[in-house]
Design a protein around this ligand. Structure first.
Ligand SMILES: C[S@@+](CC[C@H](N)C(=O)[O-])C[C@H]1O[C@@H](n2cnc3c(N)ncnc32)[C@H](O)[C@@H]1O
Length: 575
């Protein structure tokens, strides 16, 4: 739980998440504040930015809609359960713009190879992960959607080739925990780190889950306590709904432990209990009053530092919004939060009322799906902090557990160049968890331009080195970014090559090769709008590095090894 004090995320308190605050937030984006950075050593504990501009931007600039903006991503998105409603579709003009043929969109695989600078070797890894079923992998993976996550099958392609049971597998940008969970499910020690507290909760829930019995008992306890106190919570929700955006205060997340909650753990946790807060108007508009009452109760009662409650909270984020009856709000798709302004306008324009949904019933259904497979028997590690110093913290955490301190494999996908705002696009889930979306966006390294990004990656690779075995293999999924807010992105294509030349090579890494992964078109979110939409990003490149010549040879020799794609495995897996 090491989190540099200077980078600690503040939870929304007082009126921090109100409509007014969101408007201020949007204005600040629009003003595009630029702060010149300064060079700092990765070891001095402060935020290191060399020659960089730290740009806080309006995420939708240059895009027809929020949807259009996010559609330009290439890594896997969680599939929406239902097509996006017509009113959420980008305009005809936007789709026409997006469908303009790009060199990459029309290229064949062999043509794609031509985009690699000739001096960099390509590594032939058959992208079999694309042939696997949509939900391939452990049943905990689809707990909650997460922007630009990669499929569990991709993690498996590397875990199976480059590790044995008991080995440590790292991901310094773990997102929703795909790599560490899949590693644990295959008997490896999966360790993830992320600076986004939402990602940390998802990763922690997956790699250190409660037993099925524990979670069932806890849910039954919560239901019983709800029956006893529902009158009070319903009355509170009714007051809020009567005047959306008003100053009516509600108990802060984790501040009203429900019987059975091991409250002694809250005090030592990473998230301090905060004062009571008001509910932003957009949150109120998103839920039926009875559902809102249950959410306020669960939000106040669940303790994110407790294993079972954390799992329930993470599961709750996954069913918070979506376009089917399995979700608590129908106002937006499951994949990401539509903008608060969009929610207000949509509700005003259509007279939308979210249907009444029972949080306990839907939680129970989702838990049944998640526990379709038994939890992994190997427990993993979830750290909250900056990837730049993740190496030291990984080693400490592994040491504390008496595990090998050096990893044989890293499978990771660093943030994209100015493509995803992990706070902004998860604002409703972050409200549930008690965090301020804009504070998270200020904290993360997803808004760098090319040069600052390269410096960032160099610092990350430098910091990681101490946690890597002598023959470690490092697979970094780095997508091309063709467009930046409607304009061609400087240095966005061939970013993986730049990371090699300017970040990894100077830090003494060896290059095994670059594997190309033309976008899994069938899984793209843009598929919902037809094949023609969202051509902004077409190619993910997997940069495969090693810490030594032995590691480089291991990476090359392992690339063509056949692996077992049965899931769940029929027999214990080994190399
Ligand atoms: C492309 S996503 C990783 C997704 C992940 N592979 C998955 O499957 O869910 C990149 C992640 O980097 C995180 N991030 C951004 N800046 C960071 C930093 N300085 N340190 C650690 N994590 C950071 C973001 O919160 C985000 O979760």
């Amino acid at each position: 739980m090491a989190l540099n004090a200077a980078r600690r995320v503040t939870r929304a308190d007082g009126r921090g998440q109100s409509a007014r605050s969101f408007a201020r937030h949007t204005d600040r984006f629009a003003r595009r504040q630029i702060q010149p950075g300064v060079l700092r050593s990765p070891r001095d504990g402060r935020r290191p930015v060399l020659d960089s501009v730290f740009s806080r931007h309006r995420p939708t600039e240059g895009c027809a809609s929020e949807v259009d903006f996010v559609a330009s991503l290439s890594l896997e998105f969680d599939r929406l359960e239902m097509p996006i409603a017509p009113e959420e579709r980008p305009s005809r003009a936007a789709r026409a713009r997006a469908s303009a043929p790009s060199a990459l969109s029309t290229a064949t695989n062999s043509q794609l190879a031509l985009h690699l600078p000739s001096e960099l070797p390509s590594l032939e890894i058959e992208p079999e992960w694309k042939d696997q079923q949509r939900l391939w992998g452990h049943s905990f993976h689809p707990m909650c959607s997460y922007l630009a996550s990669f499929p569990a099958s991709l993690a498996h392609a590397f875990i199976a080739r480059y590790t044995r049971p008991g080995d440590v597998v790292l991901d310094p940008f773990s997102g929703r925990g795909t790599t560490p969970l899949q590693a644990c499910a295959e008997g490896r020690v999966g360790a993830g780190n992320d600076l986004n507290p939402f990602a940390h909760i998802l990763t922690g829930a997956k790699v250190d889950p409660p037993t099925k019995a524990d979670v069932k008992i806890r849910l039954a306890t919560l239901r019983l306590a709800w029956v006893a106190s529902s009158g009070e919570w319903n009355a509170l929700a009714d007051r809020i709904v009567a005047d959306p955006g008003s100053d009516v205060l509600v108990p802060a997340p984790g501040s009203r432990p429900i019987s059975g909650t091991p409250t002694d753990r809250s005090a030592s946790g990473s998230i301090p209990v905060r004062p009571d807060t008001s509910v932003p108007a957009e949150v109120t508009l998103a839920f039926h009053p009875r559902t809102l009452a249950q959410l306020l109760y669960l939000r106040a009662g669940l303790d994110p530092d407790d294993r079972t409650d954390r799992f329930l909270l993470a599961t709750l984020t996954g069913i918070l919004h979506g376009k089917s009856a399995s979700y608590l709000s129908a106002v937006m798709p499951n994949t990401f939060s539509m903008a608060p302004r969009y929610v207000r306008d949509f509700v005003a324009r259509t007279g939308f009322h979210s249907p009444e949904r029972d949080a306990f019933d839907l939680l129970e259904d989702k838990l049944r799906r998640l526990y379709r497979q038994p939890p992994p028997t190997t427990r993993g590690i979830a750290l909250l902090g900056d990837a730049r110093d993740a190496g030291v913290r990984f080693r400490e955490a592994l040491h504390d557990r008496g595990l090998p301190e050096r990893a044989r494999l890293v499978v990771s996908s660093p943030p994209y160049l100015r493509v995803v705002k992990y706070g902004y696009y998860n604002w409703l889930r972050l409200w549930l968890l008690g965090y301020d979306a804009s504070a998270i966006d200020d904290l993360l390294d997803d808004a760098h331009h090319h040069d600052a990004y390269i410096v960032f990656m160099r610092e990350v690779l430098s910091g990681l080195r101490s946690a890597l075995a002598d023959d470690a293999v490092i697979a970094l999924v780095i997508g091309d970014v063709e467009m930046d807010r409607g304009r061609p992105a400087a240095g966005g294509v061939g970013l993986a090559e730049s990371v090699w030349e300017m970040a990894a090579a100077p830090e003494g890494y060896r290059l095994a090769g670059i594997a190309l992964d033309d976008v899994a078109a069938g899984r793209k979110m843009t598929k919902l709008w037809g094949d023609e939409a969202g051509q902004a990003t077409k190619l993910d490149r997997i940069l495969i590095l090693a810490t030594s010549e032995a590691g480089r040879r291991r990476a090359i020799n392992g690339a063509s090894l056949p692996i077992d794609w049965d899931w769940p495995p029929r027999r214990p897996r080994a190399l």
